[in-house]
Design a protein around this ligand. Structure first.
Ligand code: HEC
Length: 197
C-alpha cells in the first residue's frame, strides 16, 4: 500500500529536523518527546493524540489551546522554559498554592492511568503549542490539518498499554530526575493495579 501524503510530509519534516523515531514517538537529541508539525500544520500521531487528550483532561482548567484561564496558567507559556522532567513531575505529584486568599490546586494525576499512559502525547501537543507561542513554528490554535497514520511501532505501544497489567507498563523506564522528588506519588504507583483501559 502506498504511504499516505500525510505520512510522507510528516516524515520528511521529522527528517529535516533530525528527529529520531524511538519507542513509538519522535524524540529530540535528549530523548524527550518532540512534536513534528509540517508547514501546513499536519502533525505526527503523538501530537494528534495529545491534542485530543489535552482537550479531554486539561482544558477544563488550562483553557482551550493550552492558553490558560483565570484559574490555571497557560501551559503553552510554561513549556517555553519548563523542561520535560519538571512538567512530568508536576502532573504526577500535583501542586497546591495559596495566593491572596485563593487556593490554586493542580491535581496529582500520578495514579490516573488514563492520563499517565498518554502524558507523553499530551506533553508533545503542548510543546507544539509552546513552540508556536515562541514563534518557532509549532502548532497554531485549533485542530491539526491532518496527521501521520499511526505507525506499526506506535500501534504496538498503544495495544500494550491497553492490555491488563499488574503494574502500569507505561511508567517503566521513566527518567527519575530530581523533580521526581514527587517520590511519594511514584511509590504509590508501584502498587496500583491497572484493571482496564
Ligand atoms: C482542576 C483544574 C486543573 C486540571 C484539570 C489540570 N490542571 Fe494543571 N494546574 C492547575 C492549576 C490551578 C495550576 C497552577 C498551580 C499553581 O498556581 O501553583 C496548574 C499547574 C500546572 C502545571 C505547572 C505550570 C507552571 O507553569 O508552573 C503543569 C505542567 C500542569 N498544570 C499540567 C497539567 C496537565 C498536563 C493537565 C491535564 C492532564 C492539567 N494540568 C490539568 C489546575 C489544573
Amino acid at each position: 500500500m502506498p504511504a499516505s501524503p500525510e505520512n510522507v510530509e510528516v516524515q520528511a519534516a521529522a527528517k529535516e529536523a533530525a528527529l529520531e523515531f524511538k519507542d513509538g514517538r519522535y524524540r529530540d537529541k535528549d530523548g524527550h518527546p518532540t512534536p513534528v508539525v509540517t508547514k501546513d500544520y499536519k502533525v505526527d500521531w503523538a501530537t494528534w493524540q495529545g491534542f485530543r487528550r489535552y482537550h479531554d483532561a486539561c482544558h477544563v482548567c488550562h483553557g482551550p489551546n493550552a492558553l490558560g484561564s483565570t484559574f490555571a496558567p497557560s501551559l503553552a507559556d510554561s513549556l517555553k522554559t519548563m523542561d520535560y522532567e519538571t512538567f512530568y513531575g508536576t502532573v504526577v505529584g500535583g501542586r497546591v498554592r495559596e495566593a491572596g486568599g485563593t487556593t490554586y490546586v493542580m491535581p496529582a494525576f500520578g495514579e490516573d492511568k488514563n492520563i499517565m499512559c498518554y502524558l507523553d502525547d499530551i506533553y508533545t501537543y503542548i510543546k507544539a503549542r509552546s513552540l508556536n507561542a515562541e514563534g518557532k513554528g509549532g502548532m497554531p490554535p485549533g485542530r491539526p490539518n491532518g496527521r501521520e497514520d499511526i505507525s506499526a511501532e506506535a500501534k504496538k505501544r498503544c495495544r500494550v498499554r491497553r492490555l491488563r497489567y499488574s503494574k502500569p507498563l507505561c511508567m517503566r523506564g521513566r527518567p527519575l530526575g530530581p523533580v521526581f522528588g514527587a517520590k511519594k506519588s511514584l511509590k504509590s504507583l508501584e502498587n496500583i493495579t491497572v484493571s482496564s483501559f
